[in-house]
Write a protein that binds this ligand. Sequence first.
Ligand code: ZN
Length: 147
Amino acid sequence: MSAETELYREVVVEHKRAPRNFGQLPHPTHQARGRNPSCGDEINVQLQVDDGHIHDIRFDGVGCAICIASASLMTEAIKGDTVSSALDLQRHFRSAMTGREDVDEDVLGKLISLQAVRNYPSRIKCALLGWHALAHALNDSGSDTTI
Ligand code: ZN
């Protein structure tokens, strides 16, 4: 097994076992539900945004290991960020996962471990679902979206 695949498995298993920021916020300012019918994943993302900053974020729902791990990593990556840098990161992550952009470790940080998903094209939507819901929550709160 390559080092890349090993890191990927470790991160996905760990975040599926103990997802970070899993649950619901009492008074979210933004939220959206995302569905990925090809796998059966369904994720709800809630945010507490104040003065252009993401003060808190939670997600819940059901999904495969890749979906849950990616959403969990996302919450860690953007909590405390500005809305615009979170949306920037969402675009970079999507481009990196779909192969439109080279993966840049400086930009993606820990998310780099998910790049191995590129080897499984049918699972890319699983990795993108939480991020897709995040963008909808920030741009069109209250909406449902399908990836
Ligand atoms: Zn999935």
